[in-house]
Design a protein around this ligand. Structure first.
Ligand code: HEC
Length: 165
């Protein structure tokens, strides 16, 4: 199932199809559970998982950018490539109807002010692509401002569209 899920996730481009994936997952994993999670719950889990992977790879970059960890060009490139990759999957994370779901901290404005949300998502994708390119040069002086700009893209969207933890 893992391989299938990976292939599916890479091929699927639209939010509607991502929802289909989650229905499939829900059916396979939870069909016998009496307290089966709703589709909305699964969609929330899916996007939170993507953010968790993204943050797990962004943290070492942030530490290097802040001088809390020594700059390691190879490590920076590996992490930045992952962050850029996941940021391009996030378009699938907010399908219509996923505004409600267990444990979500997504604000309802995402679905009522979609153009602005999409703009901030595109900005993240642009900044993380630039970060990956900067990391690839192996030049710490190029890496640091690019990491700061990507971090700012996270914060801008959280301030507007995510409730406090
Ligand atoms: C375009 C908007 C947007 C951008 C850009 C963005 N986030 Fe988020 N992030 C959200 C929203 C909305 C949630 C809440 C999702 C939910 O709970 O349903 C979230 C949740 C999270 C979470 C919590 C996941 C969980 O398990 O609950 C982490 C960690 C996170 N983001 C990290 C990041 C990092 C790191 C970046 C930048 C590299 C980033 N985000 C960029 C909108 C954004």
């Amino acid at each position: 199932m893992f391989n299938g899920m990976k292939t599916t996730a890479m091929c699927q481009r639209t939010a509607a199809m991502a929802a289909g994936l989650l229905v499939g997952l829900g059916g396979a994993a939870y069909s016998v559970a009496a307290d089966a999670p709703s589709i909305g719950d699964l969609q929330v889990k899916y996007r939170q998982a993507m953010y968790t992977v993204m943050a797990g790879n962004f943290a070492p970059l942030g530490a290097m950018a802040a001088g809390k960890a020594p700059f390691d060009a190879k490590e920076a490139q590996k992490r930045a490539d992952r962050v850029a990759f996941v940021s391009n999957m996030l378009n699938e994370g907010f399908p219509p109807g996923s505004d409600k779901g267990k444990g979500t901290r997504a604000k309802p404005e995402i679905w009522t002010n979609r153009a602005e949300f999409d703009r901030l998502m595109q900005d993240l994708q642009k900044q993380t692509a630039a970060l990956a390119a900067a990391a690839k040069t192996g030049d710490e002086a190029k890496f640091k401002p690019a990491a700061a700009a990507a971090g700012k893209a996270c914060k801008t969207c959280h301030d507007k569209f995510k409730t406090e933890d």
